[in-house]
Design a protein around this ligand. Structure first.
Ligand SMILES: [Zn+2]
Length: 452
């Protein structure tokens, strides 16, 4: 609650005591809620809600999700009619920080000249995302840097999969077996369980010839070993070769393990006869999870569209946002592609909220349940002609587009670029018109609602 609001509540309470006003009357004077989102269409798959309801927030938590909550019960009311109100979205494939890429990557003496992979964590707020999961940018040796430089400073909630490679991604060591210490990996996860939700393996020996050290399954086996030791899921980014087939990977995966990049070019999702590979259904029946992880090189309509038509939709929608794709890809962009492929909106929301929450074993996220953190997305479903592209530079038309209008994290309005929650500038309170030159101490803002 902002300090000024707290101050005025304290004054009301003191006056109530001074004039012996009964508590029931005081309760009528004080607003019950800090924020009320009024008139929006709520989609909360975890609670089976798909209808117009009001959502009230108090002290950073969801306080009520009901029909017709009176506007005078809230200190701030935002009209969200004709918009969708959903749990804050969860993107379980994102990249922050620099992993193993040294920060002197641009100098001649640097070991690796790759640009650090990560983008700012809070960029995801632009899509209504309130929780991101870094997909193994850092490993056991680089995680603390990532934590101190990015995770601890982000406004968005940041969780992470720990790379089985201790150096992480981008440092040129992703093929080094001496970097893949499953015990060190598991010990790090155990120590930072509040952040680390799983193990990641990626980019291991995709083209190089095999040798005595570099055997086909080394990275996969060590990641599973770490996942077993720490009792967490493994997320697989994988490149099939004749000596390690896609079908064998699916067989190796344990229930709850996550296959990301499912519609990438390298996976035989659709067989020569146009039918979906039966190995996917077999794996899914065993509890294997399929995730989108769109990225710059992992989403082809030629795999996604026939799979969707045959009833196979990935369990979770995620972006794989990093330095190489943030111009085009966003959570809203990837979700819109699934709308274009015919997946209903409520299903797209499910695969962007409660499904990823349960995959990372954080069922308290991705819902609007009363008492949970008030992480909320306000989304607009635009109708019209829109085109979407894949990583094979092919396109597909659609008639809808999802656009985040407001993102709320623990009750704070962190993204509201069109001012849904703001007043017209010329109707703002006097304080807004203050000039710092006159020595006014209060910020020249139109309201005190927490926005950062
Ligand atoms: Zn990735």
């Amino acid at each position: 609650m902002p300090n000024r609001m707290k101050r005025s509540l304290r004054i009301i309470a003191l006056l109530a005591i001074a004039f012996s006003i009964p508590p029931t009357i005081v309760a009528q004077i004080l607003p019950r809620y800090d924020l009320l989102l009024k008139g929006g269409h709520v989609i909360d798959p975890a609670n089976h809600i798909d209808e117009v309801r009001d959502v009230a927030v108090f002290q950073g938590r969801i306080a009520a999700v009901e029909k017709n909550i009176p506007a005078d019960q809230a200190a701030k009311v935002v009209d969200v009619s004709n918009l969708y109100v959903t749990p804050g979205l969860i993107d379980i494939h994102y990249h922050i920080g620099h992993g193993g890429a040294p920060l002197n990557w641009f100098t001649p003496e640097a070991r690796a000249h790759a640009i650090p992979l990560g983008i700012p964590a809070d960029m995801a707020l632009q899509s209504g995302v309130t929780t991101i999961v870094d997909a193994g940018t850092a490993g056991a040796e680089t995680f603390l840097e990532e934590k101190e430089e990015v995770i601890d400073r982000a406004k968005i909630r940041v969780l992470a999969f720990l790379n089985i490679v201790a150096n992480g991604m981008g440092g040129g060591l992703e093929g080094s077996l001496d970097q893949m210490d499953s015990r060190l990996c598991a010990a790090t996860i155990t120590r930072y369980r509040d952040i680390l939700v799983g193990v990641k393996t990626a980019h291991y020996w995709t083209k190089e010839p095999w040798d005595a050290e570099h055997v086909p399954w080394a990275a996969v086996d060590r990641a599973i070993e770490c996942g077993t030791l720490a009792s967490v899921p493994v997320m697989f980014d994988f490149w099939p070769r004749p000596e390690r087939t896609y079908e064998d990977l699916l067989k190796k995966m344990r229930p709850g393990d996550i296959h990301t990049h499912v519609f990438a070019q390298q996976f035989p999702i659709i067989l020569a006869d146009g039918k979906i590979n039966p190995a996917l259904a077999e794996a899914r029946a065993r509890g294997v999870i399929f995730d989108v992880g769109h990225g710059a090189g992992s989403f082809w309509f030629r795999n996604a569209v026939p799979a969707e038509k045959q009833g196979f939709i990935p369990d979770s929608i995620s972006t794989d946002l990093h330095m190489g794709d943030y111009n085009v890809v966003s959570m809203n962009n990837v979700m819109s592609k699934f709308l274009a492929m015919g997946v209903p909106l409520d299903d797209v929301i499910r695969r962007s909220t409660i499904n990823p929450a349960s995959e990372i074993r954080r069922p308290e996220l991705g819902t609007l349940s009363v008492g949970k953190d008030a992480d909320i997305a306000v989304l607009e479903l635009m109708k019209g002609h829109f085109s979407y592209i894949d990583c094979g530079v092919a396109k597909m038309d659609g008639d809808a587009r999802l656009l985040a209008r407001m993102t709320i994290r623990a009750g704070r309005i962190l993204y509201d670029p069109s001012g849904l929650s703001m007043v017209e500038w010329d109707k703002a309170r006097p304080q807004y018109f203050y000039s710092p030159e006159r020595g006014d101490s209060l910020p020249a803002r139109a309201d005190d609602y927490p926005r950062d």
